[in-house]
Design a protein around this ligand. Structure first.
Ligand SMILES: Nc1ncnc2c1ncn2[C@@H]1O[C@H](COP(=O)(O)OP(=O)(O)O)[C@@H](O)[C@H]1O
Ligand SMILES: [Mg+2]
Length: 421
């Protein structure tokens, strides 16, 4: 994709800044990658150009994937496993990043200034009152740095959470930049579905809608004892029947009535969520369960979207590759006069959109800009935080310019400690 690494002509200005975004979502299916060369417009300071040099996807090593899924609630796991996986996931991310850069002939440091790694979420801690206490992503950034030689930005949610926010949604930053000129709901159908509402009076808003692929994948994995990871092309759901009692029991979850911004994850929509929520009603065969879960996703998205005066839904994420889900969603939205578009048709690769988001967050941080938008009323942050934050932590550590590092040019051989108790 794009123009590759052709040398810049003498008139080229300002300096481009190229970022590799790495994303692995709640489905734990693959690492999505996007290499984006950013360049502010020479005439219009409100315009940022992003050239998609390459996008791609690297499947997780099946062993790492299995181990990650086995750590998710309701299963119990211990700190030794976390530690081991933090290293293994970091190595997996580093391998994927280094392989991708090599494949596209991008020289670390010369052609790529920054890698942004979301990491793999193990736990997103939402309190009873809907506020977020913490969000844990693993994948050691030092391993990614060791593999690529490029500085790594990671831990993208903690600054926002420390300022009282949900640490989510992050997507509105990109969605508002891309789609803000028209009343739009940007929808991502990952393990969890999320939307951003842009281009409407009342300001930008968004958050997690509910489960998309997570419950369907879990049902398929359980029924096939792990042999299959998803309902490929919705083939099973297509021959299933929707169980209305089960659907109503699932729709009764108070989560769907929480106001935006709201966030959730696989610690809430667990592999045994359907059985926990619906009891004996959950006892249906696999095609029927999948048909009912498709309907749950389509309805919850339709209801969330149609609360706003949007004209179109721009869809991305793996759920857009499920024709049964996609068709049902298009039908339900169509009944409300809303068109379902594929992000790819608007020039945004649907499977790499979140990786592009990571790259954009990296560009913001590198320029000292916040990675979350202000709240709809112009105060605080859209995530519910008290103020907008610059996101992430940089690896390797670099002394800030304000520190007096120049006065200690040599590694000392001795420390004389004075004072103390
Ligand atoms: N051809 C397909 N048919 C049905 N489902 C699909 C297909 N391709 C992808 N998916 C679903 O999309 C999921 C991955 O979507 P993705 O956007 O990567 O989610 P996440 O961001 O949570 O990782 C898979 O786990 C699977 O459930
Ligand atoms: Mg994925």
């Amino acid at each position: 994709m794009g123009g590759g690494f052709a040398p810049e002509g003498p008139a080229a200005a300002p300096t481009p800044f190229t970022v590799l975004g790495l994303m692995s979502g709640t489905s734990v299916d693959a690492i999505d990658l996007a290499l984006v060369r950013f360049r502010p417009d020479t005439d219009d300071p409100s315009l940022l150009h992003g050239e998609l040099l390459a996008t791609g996807e690297t499947a997780w090593d099946p062993g790492i994937r299995r181990d990650m899924l086995q750590m998710l609630p309701p299963r119990r796991s211990g700190v030794a496993e976390w530690n081991r996986l933090h290293a293994a996931v970091g190595e997996g991310l580093g391998r994927a990043a280094a392989g991708f850069l090599a494949h596209h002939g991008a020289r670390p440091g010369l052609d790529v200034q920054l890698v942004v790694s979301h990491g793999q979420t193990l736990h997103h801690w939402v309190r009873e009152d809907g506020t977020v206490g913490g969000s844990l992503q693993i994948g050691d950034p030092h391993r990614i740095h060791a593999a690529t030689g490029v500085p790594v930005l990671s831990d993208l949610r903690s600054a926002d959470i420390a300022a009282g926010g949900q640490g989510a949604p992050l997507a509105p930053l990109l969605d508002s930049l891309l789609f803000g000129d028209c009343p739009t709901a940007a929808l991502n159908l990952g393990g969890i579905s999320n939307i951003t509402i842009v281009g409407v009076a009342g300001g930008i808003t968004g958050g997690d809608v509910g489960p998309a692929n997570a419950l369907m994948d879990a049902a398929v994995a359980e029924a096939t004892t792990g042999r299959d990871t998803c309902d490929v092309d919705g083939r099973l759901a297509a021959r299933g029947r929707i169980h209305d009692d089960l659907l109503q029991a699932l729709l009764a979850d108070p989560f769907y009535r929480r106001p935006f911004p709201r966030s959730t994850g696989r610690e809430y929509f667990t592999g045994d969520y359907v059985a926990q929520r619906a009891g004996a009603l959950a006892d249906v065969d696999l095609p029927d369960l999948l048909a009912t879960l498709v309907e749950l996703t389509a309805r919850t998205v339709r209801d969330a979207v149609s609360a706003y005066p949007v004209e179109r839904v721009v869809g991305s994420g793996g759920g857009m590759r499920n024709p049964v889900l996609r068709a049902r969603l298009a039908q339900l939205l169509g009944e409300r006069g809303i068109t379902l578009r594929d992000a790819s048709d608007l020039g945004v690769p649907a499977d790499a959109k979140e990786a592009v988001l990571m790259a954009v967050i990296g560009w913001c941080t590198a320029h000292g800009l916040p990675g979350v938008l202000p709240g709809a009323d112009g105060t605080g942050a859209l995530t519910g935080a008290r103020s907008t934050q610059i996101l992430g932590s940089l690896t390797p550590a670099r002394p800030p310019a304000a520190w007096p590092v120049s006065r200690t040019p040599l590694m000392p051989r001795r420390l004389v400690l004075t004072g103390g108790a």
